[in-house]
Design a protein around this ligand. Structure first.
Ligand SMILES: [Zn+2]
Length: 226
């Protein structure tokens, strides 16, 4: 396994690190993005923890290539705000349109270069989906008709089996959000793209654990780890 670190949007004031981790065997490209919203700190910490574990040899990528951008919106994170503008509305809405922010431009360049089959965007949301179907806390979101539906359902069943408090159980949600990174990546590349949302009102350590657990389940499912 080889770990390389680079800087996204390196020539701008939005510069942020990203990591390319290559397994020894050929396999799919899997991209994980976090911190598009600067106040969703458990998802950011989860992505950073995964990078740290890989660097310390506590976790291993056997096959394929994993690309992680742990903190997309550095400026918003410093202020612990969602971000102005909302980065998740700056991605192109059609195949040939351009992104509207230096970081989203740079991320799309990365996406076009590596062409991931899998794309995970880590977020946090209000409320528990198990209690209120309109809430997005504790969900995996995909576009209606996505090829990733079976995988998302399997991962939700798996993680729910490990969560004793059923109020914390995850649910699948079908949404298409124009301008989001997930919508752009699925439209441009046809990638299997997912948004992971933990619930903000839960204990932070627990949210971090849920986020890491879900990413690891996806990595196993995609064959990068075993
Ligand atoms: Zn978010």
């Amino acid at each position: 396994m080889i770990i390389e670190n680079y800087t996204l949007a390196s020539s701008t004031s939005h510069a942020t690190p990203y990591y390319v981790i290559r397994g020894e065997l050929p396999g799919p490209v899997f991209m994980v993005v976090s911190g598009i919203h600067g106040n969703e700190t458990a998802s950011i910490r989860a992505a950073q923890n995964i990078v740290n574990r890989l660097r310390q040899g506590e976790q291993y990528i056997h096959r394929g290539t994993l690309i992680i951008v742990p903190l997309m919106n550095q400026k918003a994170y410093r202020k612990r705000i969602r971000g102005v503008p909302d980065l998740n509305r700056t991605f192109p809405r059609t195949r040939n349109a351009a992104a509207k922010h230096p970081v989203s431009v740079a991320l799309l360049q990365l996406v076009r270069r590596y062409r991931p089959t899998w794309y995970l965007d880590l977020h946090e949301a209000n409320g528990l989906s198990q209690r209120n179907p309109k809430r997005l806390g504790q969900t995996i979101i995909i576009k209606p008709g996505s090829r990733g539906t079976t995988t998302a359902r399997r991962i939700i069943n798996g993680i729910n089996g490990s969560i004793t408090n059923s109020a914390h159980h995850f649910n699948i949600r079908f949404r298409e959000r124009p301008g989001s990174s997930r919508a752009a990546v699925s439209r441009i590349l046809g990638a299997k793209a997912f948004t992971v949302e933990t619930c903000w009102s839960l204990d932070r350590e627990l949210r971090i654990r849920y986020q890491i657990d879900i990413v690891n389940r996806f990595l196993r499912s995609a064959g990068l780890t075993w």
